[in-house]
Structures are given as C-alpha cells and as structure tokens.
Ligand binder design. Structure first.
Ligand SMILES: *[C@@H]1O[C@H](CO)[C@@H](O)[C@H](O)[C@H]1NC(C)=O
Ligand SMILES: *[C@@H]1O[C@H](CO)[C@@H](O)[C@H](O)[C@H]1NC(C)=O
Ligand SMILES: *[C@@H]1O[C@H](CO)[C@@H](O)[C@H](O)[C@H]1NC(C)=O
Length: 499
C-alpha cells in the first residue's frame, strides 16, 4: 500500500512537554474488544483499544501552543534540525470523534473520511492496542484472522485498509529513548513503502530535507523513511479488494534515507517489496466476484466477513509460511475466494503461494520484487517476530488509487492482463474531488477474531461443516487465450504500480 498521512496543525490553547508528550487534550483510547479463539472453536473476549497514529496529531512546542508543524511545513525556529525538533516538540492527545471522525461502538470501529472541526481532517490510521502503552502483537502463522467490514460507503478512490505491519510493540520507545511518546501516542509506524511522509522516525524529527507535497496540503517528505514488512489483509472499497503480502529484507522497523528507501527515486531500490503479491479478484480475471450489488458473489452493499488463513509447510506455527487462503462469509454462506482466470497462467489459483506469485507476475510482466525480497518465507519471518494490526481509511495523492480499483498504469491498454483492477474510471479517485464529493464516506471494521485455522468462522445453518479445510475447486475449462505466453508476451509493461 502507499499511504500519505494527512494532517494537521491546530492553533488551540495548550500546555505540553517531539517526540515529547503534550497535555492539552487527554489521550483516551477508544475501546475495541476483539476475540481470541481456540481450536475447539470457543472464543474469549479481549478488551482491546485503538490509538491514532502520531502523524495525525497536533505537534506543538513543549510548554507552548506554537505549532511545530502547520499544513505541510515545519516551524524553522522550533525545528532547525531533526534532533532539536524532537526535543522541542510534543505530540498531543486526540479528540477521536470530534477531530478525526473515529468512533468505537460495541466491537466495531468506524473511520470517517472527512471530518470538519476547527480544522479539516482527511482519513486516519489507527492501531490495535493490548494496553494503553503497548500495541497488540499478532503471530499469524498457522492461524486465522477474521473480521467483518462494511464498505458500502467507500466509493472509487478510497481505501479502507486493514493490515499488519512489523512495528515495535512499544512504538519504538525502548530502542529510541528520545521518543518519549511511544505507542500511547501512535508512534513507530513503518510499512513496505518505506514512507518518507512520517514526521518522527527513530526518536528524531524528519524535518531535514523536508519537501512539502505539491498536491497534498497536509503532507510532505523528509530525508528519512521507515521500512518494515507488511501483510495487507484488506485494501478495499465498494468496487475492488486486494490481499497482499509485502516482505522486507530487514527484520525489524528500520529507518532508510533518501533513494535507498525506494519509492519515487527508484521503486525497487529499497529494503522492502513495494508491490507485494496481490490477489484482487477482478485483476485475477473475475469481474463478477466482488462488487456493489446483488449481481456479485460478494456484495459490498452488505456487511462482509473476511477470513484469512496463514498456512505453513508443516502445519505448525514454526514452519515456513507457504500459503495464504481467503474465505468470505456473507448471509450465512461460506464462499471460497475466486479462482484466477488469466491469460498466461496455466494453473488456476485462489490462494497466495510463491507459485501463484511467480505465475501472476510473469503473466502480467511485473517486476517480481516479492520474490527478490524473500517471498512468503520472508513474510513469515516478520510474522514470527509479531505484527501490529492497522485499520485506516485513506485517499491517494500519488496515483488516485487506480492501482486498486481502475486501470493501471493508464498508459497500457486495459485489455492487457493485469492492467484492469476494478471498474472505476481512470479519471476517478482524484483526492480533491473525492474529498468534495464524498466527505461522509466511511468504513466500519468489527467482530475481529483470531485463532487457529478453522476456529474463527462458520457457516450458519449447515451445522457440522468444517470451514477450515478445502479451498474450493477451480472451474473446468482453460484459462483463456495466450496460455503459452512467455514472460512479457502477454504481460504488462512492467511499470511501477502501487499495491
Ligand atoms: C496441512 O493442512 C492442510 C489443510 O488441512 C492439508 O491439506 C495439508 O495436507 C497439511 N499439510 C501437512 C504437511 O500436514
Ligand atoms: C467468478 O467467481 C464465481 C464464484 O466463485 C464463479 O461462480 C464464476 O464462475 C467466476 N467467474 C469467472 C469469470 O471466473
Ligand atoms: C502528487 O505529488 C507527488 C509528489 O509528492 C507526485 O509523485 C504525484 O504524482 C502527484 N500526484 C498527482 C495525482 O498529481
């Protein structure tokens, strides 16, 4: 995924202490209970909470109300360099609903897209917490993660994302003692894009070399980026959805600098796989599987239960990650993921394995940065270390989310395998337009469950079905034209895309 953090500088009254801590607004984390299940299928409720990422927070002078950061620029006096800025500036508490449009109710969390208060907030990124000072750590291998999602209010151009990243559980406080804020204030974010729009990394500000974004009034990029492995369970709107592992060669949150971060200056120059290995049913050749309305197998106008299973080669939690399977449950029916139906892919797949990834990238002519960063086995090492659950909603100032829901790159014919990813127009997803036309867009995540494979879901009314086994049967018939294609012949043009 490619996420630009929005927001936001206030000019309210305050007292404080950059990563120091401000005390103008008390930090009260919204509750988000979730369940852990056992192999027998019994589930226990855990009293989780969520925290908003530090990038969205008001950053102001210690003991003053002077903004350290306003719009997309830093205050030159408080922030002459990275270290001084971190000592001078404090992250304040958040008014979750009033400022950011984040509300928790029962076992659900709703994230609104645009929230207008004294300032205008765009989107948000939140993390599940085990306590007020520690993120909840998940070990996904040989386990299953299930949640419900309502995407009916997410149009083209938006992304309601639920995913895991390998952040430090304490937000980086113990490894970087100049970070005084920690997980309580949502510090320590990293992902496989090695984002450079993060204001504080490794206990320092990212002010040196900061360039304000030309098209995002709330964002910019500094010299440093922050990298770590990312497992995208769900990047989706009402028109398209993708599940995407992104391994990294680094084994913990790691700061990068300049072009070695990859991304804009050399997409594949970094220590992570920026593209990942995505399974988007539309892109994989099934344009009726998921979409808005009763004509689709999975109808995004209604709540969807999304199940993701992480198999290992020997079916133990210590084995090598070998396959990621997806099921859906809707209206009491368990629905296996769709099968690929792509020219040039001779085997039909409905799960993610290294074989699937290689075949897909070959058919699409994409760079296989998934494989060069270690593929599923390396993704599994991040899972061994433990990962943090992220829930967000965002729009895309780089490429208008076309990589998720439209044709991308737009320079290639949409008929070429891998280019069409969803039904949205190539003119859709422009942030200014989406923000103006769909300010009330929102996503709700709820009913999170985690446990051994087969423990977190069932079909209703078919008692005794065993949901964790079997993965569906591929439809009979060939896989379309161009089935003998060699690399590139049927594939894409290999341009970077954001997955
Ligand atoms: C692991 O479990 C799956 C699903 O039950 C099964 O198909 C597979 O054969 C098992 N693999 C091993 C090595 O036991
Ligand atoms: C799409 O998926 C559905 C459900 O698995 C299936 O019935 C249908 O045949 C698939 N269509 C194509 C074109 O593969
Ligand atoms: C917005 O600016 C970024 C540079 O920060 C650039 O990479 C991107 O292409 C621009 N997006 C659009 C849609 O113009």
């Amino acid at each position: 995924m490619f996420q630009s953090a929005a927001l936001l500088a206030f000019s309210l009254a305050a007292v404080s202490y950059g990563q120091q801590v401000g005390t103008n607004t008390a930090e009260t984390h919204p509750s988000l209970p979730f369940q852990t299940c056992t192999a027998s299928g019994s589930c226990t409720t855990v009293q989780g909470k969520v925290v908003i990422d530090s990038n969205w927070r008001w950053v102001h002078g210690v003991g003053s109300t002077t903004n350290c950061y306003t719009g997309n620029t830093w205050d030159a006096t408080l922030c002459p360099d990275d270290a001084t800025c971190a000592a001078n500036c404090a992250l304040d508490g958040a008014d979750y609903s009033g400022t950011y449009g984040i509300t928790a109710s029962g076992n659900g969390l709703t994230l609104k897209f645009v929230t207008q208060s004294a300032n205008k907030n765009i989107g948000s990124r939140t993390y599940l917490m085990a306590s007020d000072t520690q993120y909840q750590i998940f070990k996904l291998k040989n386990n299953e993660f299930t949640f419900d999602v309502d995407m009916s209010q997410l149009p083209c151009g938006l992304n309601g994302a639920l995913y895991f990243v390998q952040m430090d559980a304490d937000g980086g406080m113990s490894r970087f003692p100049t970070n005084k804020a920690g997980a309580k204030y949502g510090t320590g974010y990293c992902d496989s894009q090695c984002p450079r729009d993060i204001k504080f990394i490794n206990g320092q500000a990212n002010v040196q070399g900061w360039a304000s974004s030309p098209n995002d009034t709330n964002a910019g990029t500094g010299n440093f980026g922050t990298c770590c492995a990312e497992m995208d369970i769900w990047e989706a709107n009402s028109q398209a959805a993708a599940v995407t592992p992104h391994p990294c060669t680094v084994t913990q949150q790691t700061r990068c600098s300049g072009t070695t971060c990859g991304g804009t200056a050399g997409r594949y120059a970094g220590v992570c796989d920026p593209d990942g290995c995505d399974f988007n049913s539309w892109r994989m050749g099934n344009e009726t599987f998921l979409g808005s309305g009763s004509g689709f197998t999975i109808d995004t106008t209604q709540k969807i239960t999304v199940v993701t299973q992480f198999f290992t080669a020997d079916n133990t939690s210590t084995g090598a990650l070998s396959e990621i399977r997806r099921f859906y449950v809707q209206n009491g029916k368990v629905i296996p993921n769709s099968f690929s139906n792509v020219a040039g892919m001779t085997t039909q797949h409905n799960s993610i394995s290294d074989n699937f990834c290689t075949a897909q990238k070959t058919a699409f002519g994409d760079t296989n940065s998934f494989s060069s960063n270690g593929g599923l086995v390396q993704m599994g090492t991040a899972m061994d270390a433990g990962m943090v659950l992220v829930m967000s909603v965002w729009d895309d100032h780089a490429v208008n989310m076309l990589w998720l829901d439209s044709d991308y790159p737009t320079t290639a014919p949409a008929t070429q395998p891998g280019i069409s990813r969803g039904p949205c127009a190539t003119t859709s997803g422009v942030p200014a337009t989406v923000e103006a036309q769909s300010p009330n867009a929102q996503v709700t995540y709820s009913n999170i469950k985690f446990g051994p494979i087969g423990s977190t879901f069932s079909s209703s009314g078919t008692g005794g079905s065993s949901p964790g086994t079997g993965n569906g049967t591929p439809p009979a018939g060939g896989s379309g034209g161009c089935s003998t294609a060699k690399y590139g012949q049927c594939g894409g043009i290999g341009e970077p895309h954001f997955v």
